[in-house]
Write a protein of this length. Structure first.
Length: 165
């Protein structure tokens, strides 16, 4: 992961992100493929199809929005190259908006299939995301920013975007 812009930069530009999102995406894709045959008994019918698909569309839109705000609406690249901790904008709502955006989007994809068995996949993906981030990027950030990052962790959730009081 040697994706550095300058020699003074202390963190990689992309971190563990591409690998993490790919892993979660593969798990989601496997679930979607299995939905129509092996996991067929979990398919819901009637009003549930409409409910799941409306919620799916809303979550996919929300996921794209959260990802976009983290990737393009935050000047994160500049923060990384200048070794500054980003805590403003979407980063005041969630510490990992790009990963969270993908996760929320994938939940929407799963709901399109209106299969109750697939509801375990977002939980597994959340667990994967949590463990991977705790053991990689969070350690890097803690080593670099120390108490500033500790305070930030207390104020802002890791994966689920919401504003704390």
């Amino acid at each position: 992961m040697k994706n550095y812009v300058n020699e003074k930069q202390k963190l990689p530009m992309f971190g563990i992100g591409p690998y993490l999102v790919l892993g979660m995406g593969i798990l989601t894709l496997i679930g979607m493929i299995l939905s129509g045959n092996i996991l067929k008994s979990g398919i819901l019918y009637g009003i549930w199809i409409i409910v799941f698909r409306i919620v799916a569309i809303l979550l996919m839109i929300a996921g794209i929005f959260v990802w976009y705000k983290g990737a393009f609406g935050s000047n994160m690249d500049e923060s990384i190259t200048e070794n500054r901790l980003m805590t403003k904008g979407i980063y005041s709502w969630v510490r990992n908006p790009m990963y969270s955006g993908w996760w929320i989007f994938m939940i929407g994809l799963i709901l399109i299939f209106h299969n109750a068995w697939l509801l375990i996949i977002p939980v597994i993906n959340w667990g994967i995301m949590t463990v991977v981030l705790m053991n990689t990027e969070e350690k890097w950030l803690l080593d670099l920013y120390k108490t500033e990052y500790e305070d930030y962790k207390k104020r802002v959730n890791r994966c689920i975007p919401f504003k704390r009081q």
